[in-house]
Design a protein around this ligand. Structure first.
Ligand SMILES: Cc1ncc(COP(=O)(O)O)c(C=O)c1O
Length: 369
């Protein structure tokens, strides 16, 4: 293999590469809605950055998020990104849960947050076509204990699978029977088709997490939310993790984004589909790897490269040499991470083409010397 495996690249160094194709963070890189930019400019002009925002977020934004989800009767708490809410759930409720049930592949942070508080973590493996690359209710039934916290990522970062309503019914039934909580991480929901909310099935025990980083492209502004029925959400908001309020300008941008959600999403989702197809064709033509889940319900696709001779880290390093930033599975899967890479697709179509050219280049005999 020509390219040596390297440690994860520094985002700071990557920012210094103006010609870089960013397909490694699941972030959205399209020209934002004019309304979002105007809201940010107006907020700057009014020097709102000199103020603290309301502790739980602007009322209007909280209402807009609940409406967007369609979870009548629920309440929303605005957080510093979805991750800020996840951190508070996993640490703030640590004393009352017996274990965290998570997955590999998955998103590692919630289990690490709970681990900080000494909460045991049970990890279920899901890298299997037979089980649809998602956790099954059967797997959960085998490990569940009273007062578990089930962390369900849906659509699943990093593979792009999503749960059906029937699967969520089975999982939430288990949660109800055992007095367990469900954290339904819906960071990528806006890219999915036919997505079901666990909170519709088990409102009394489900926290839904929400992000503005992906569908609206506000990753650097750090804004998200946790949504739940008031009795449940109150367990977190009595002592919120950030009582001085989330980024005020981000909240203005988010309100503007939600008010133009339909046309914006139509555009982002169409671009996402086109790029997923570009990646699929590039992979198919090259003979290097195959897509794990297609179409993906997220704004990314995973490519299985087992048997190609490449390790995930070496392949990503080689793509980076060709100015295309994608991510190895090792970030999200201790067990299976060497066998897949992840490519973000809510980016300009020209970037999709540049990915395709770089991938084709990798599959030539010269690059495999
Ligand atoms: C599954 C999952 N949850 C949460 C987050 C964090 O989202 P935010 O940027 O809103 O903090 C991410 C970001 O990549 C994610 O993939």
């Amino acid at each position: 293999m020509s390219a040596p495996a390297t440690a994860a690249p520094s985002f700071e160094h990557l920012l210094e590469r103006p010609d870089l194709v960013w397909m490694g963070q699941n972030t959205t890189h399209l020209e934002p809605p004019a309304e979002v930019l105007a809201a940010l400019e107006e907020s700057t002009r009014r020097r709102e950055f000199q103020l603290y925002a309301p502790a739980l977020g602007f009322e209007r934004l909280r209402t807009q998020i609940v409406e967007d989800l369609g979870l009548t009767g629920a309440d929303a708490w605005i957080t510093d990104g979805a991750v800020g809410g996840l951190h508070h759930i996993c640490t703030g409720l640590a004393g009352s849960v017996s274990q965290v049930v998570t997955s590999d592949p998955g998103w590692p942070w919630p289990a690490r947050f709970a681990g900080l508080e000494g909460v045991p973590v049970t990890t279920l493996e899901l890298y299997s076509a037979e089980q649809g690359y998602r956790v099954t209710a059967q797997q959960i039934a085998e490990v569940i204990e009273p007062r578990s916290l089930i962390y369900l990522i849906d659509p699943l970062n990093p593979l792009g699978s999503r749960y059906t309503r029937a699967e969520l019914v089975a999982i939430t039934d288990l949660a109800r029977q055992t007095g367990s909580l469900v954290v339904h991480d819906c960071t990528y929901r806006h890219f999915a088709s036919d997505h079901t909310l666990a909170a519709e099935l088990y409102p009394e025990g489900t926290f839904t997490t929400y992000s503005f980083s992906k569908w609206l492209g506000l990753a650097g502004l750090r804004l998200g939310a946790v949504v739940a029925v008031p009795e449940l959400l109150g367990r977190l908001t009595e002592v919120p993790s950030n009582p001085l309020g989330a980024n005020i300008q981000a909240q203005r941008a988010a309100m503007a984004g939600l008010s133009v959600k339909e046309p914006w999403l139509a555009r982002v989702r169409a671009t996402n589909r086109t790029n997923q197809e570009t990646v699929r064709l590039a992979v198919q033509r090259s003979g290097l790897g195959e897509l794990v889940v297609f179409p993906s319900h997220g704004n990314f696709v995973a490519v299985d490269i087992a048997g190609s001779g490449w390790s995930a880290d070496a392949l990503c390093a080689a793509m980076l040499e060709r100015n295309v930033f994608i991510r190895p599975g090792t970030y999200q899967s201790p067990r299976f991470g060497e066998r897949f890479v992840k490519v973000s697709t809510s980016v300009p179509e020209e970037w999709g083409e540049r990915f395709a050219a770089a991938w084709a280049d990798l599959s030539t005999p010269a690059s495999q010397a």
